[in-house]
Design a protein around this ligand. Structure first.
Ligand code: MN
Length: 391
């Protein structure tokens, strides 16, 4: 057994697979201050491909010659994953995508009253017409086409259905629901996806933002309601508060839903570190899945139990995501944990000596660095020498 999660998750034996499309190179790169070089984009794309994601959204080629070239570099990297890119509902954008030689495009448009009035300065009919023409043009050029409704979670069903109906009639390959400002909650997402699901037979996808910390929860709610594809970014990178984190969605599907996508999850940590390094955005120590504390234990009760059975305080093996377990010793340590750890590395110690070691740990200065797993034996030897227990 590689994971031990709640029985109340009710994992079904016949779980539904879902596609994962990563947008680290597009939405992730739209993080203020983040810019990937062409080489960095290709390196991230290769790692995503090694992980096994189904599609990689490589960029927004119409923005500049630089962006077009970077998308082309990813598209020509002979990846197993499908390479797609972002386009407004404009022929000019699709021409840039064609020059970048991608497999497909995400054509986006908003038909929420708010966006129609303040951004597009047009009405529903003209917007739907614009999207329809863009889809027809892209399809005529042999591209896979996803039509994404930007701001879908604040769009009336009437407007949303009008757009999706037009897209389905023009044989769009997928319809996308974007929670552009991250303002829906899981129950609302379930309702919305179910309503769309009932009315359309085309594949559906979801793209969630994390403004309320709900991007992953909303993506999983969409999965429960029958979505076919989920958009993610590594480390949850993206505009404002970012997107649904790839590592969290993939691991929640695996360990909480029993969905094995066949991914090589062992590269997740490496991928996360790479994106953090290239983007300059650090990974918080307590970040789910990839944070440096995700499998690190210091409190006495936890350490003692984890040594005997890691599932007491972890729900899956760190190796699954390329992480390692770290036991740390310091002021929070307890006798049992230290005794177990020393026993595990064949370090013999008397009860008196152990008491002295614990006393020393408890009196470590507040600002002292915790003692890592591999350093414990050296630390104990030194303490026992200094206190005159041993020579
Ligand atoms: Mn977005």
């Amino acid at each position: 057994m590689r994971y031990f999660t709640s029985p109340y998750n009710f994992i079904q034996p016949d779980v539904r697979r879902v596609k994962i499309y990563d947008t680290t190179l597009r939405d992730g790169e739209q993080t203020p201050g983040v810019k990937f070089s062409k080489e960095q984009k290709v390196a991230i794309a290769r790692k995503l491909d090694e992980l096994g994601v189904h599609s990689i959204e490589a960029g927004f080629p119409v923005i500049s010659q630089y962006d077009e070239d970077a998308v082309r570099a990813v598209a020509s990297s002979r990846l197993g994953a499908q390479v797609i890119c972002l386009c407004r509902s404009k022929q000019k954008d699709i021409d840039a995508a064609l020059r970048a030689d991608v497999d497909g495009v995400i054509v986006f448009l908003s038909v929420s009253d708010l966006h129609l009035k303040y951004k597009l300065h047009t009405d529903l009919q003209s917007s739907v017409k614009m999207a329809s023409e863009a889809i027809e043009y892209a399809k005529a050029h042999g591209l896979f086409v996803q039509l994404s409704a930007e701001d879908a979670t604040r769009t009336s069903l009437e407007n949303l259905f009008a757009l999706f109906k037009a897209a389905e009639e023009r044989k769009a390959d997928r319809l996308g629901i974007a929670d552009t400002t991250g303002c829906i909650r899981p129950e609302g997402m379930k309702y919305l996806v179910e309503r769309v699901r009932k009315n359309f037979s085309t594949e559906l996808s979801v793209h969630c933002h994390d403004d309320f910390g709900l991007a992953v929860a909303n993506s999983l709610a969409a999965y429960e309601a029958g979505i076919d594809a989920i958009s993610v970014t590594v480390n949850g990178l993206g505009e404002r508060c970012g997107n649904a984190a790839l590592e969290e969605v993939v691991m929640a599907l695996y360990a909480l839903y029993g969905v094995d996508l066949g991914f090589k999850t062992e590269v997740i940590q490496e991928l996360s570190d790479m994106v953090s390094r290239f983007s300059g955005v650090p990974i918080p120590i307590n970040k789910a899945i990839v944070g440096s504390n995700a499998f690190r234990h210091e409190s006495g009760i936890h350490v003692a139990a984890v040594i005997k059975c890691p599932f007491t305080y972890e729900s899956y093996e760190p190796q699954i995501v390329g992480q390692t377990r770290r036991l740390t010793f310091g002021r929070h340590s307890g006798t049992e944990g230290v005794r177990e750890k020393l026993k595990a590395c064949n370090f013999e110690i008397s009860e008196n000596e152990l008491a002295e070691v614990i006393k020393t740990l408890k009196h470590l200065p507040v600002d002292s660095k915790p003692i890592d797993n591999g350093e414990l034996c050296d630390f104990v030897s030194r303490v026992l020498r200094e206190k005159g227990f041993r020579k």
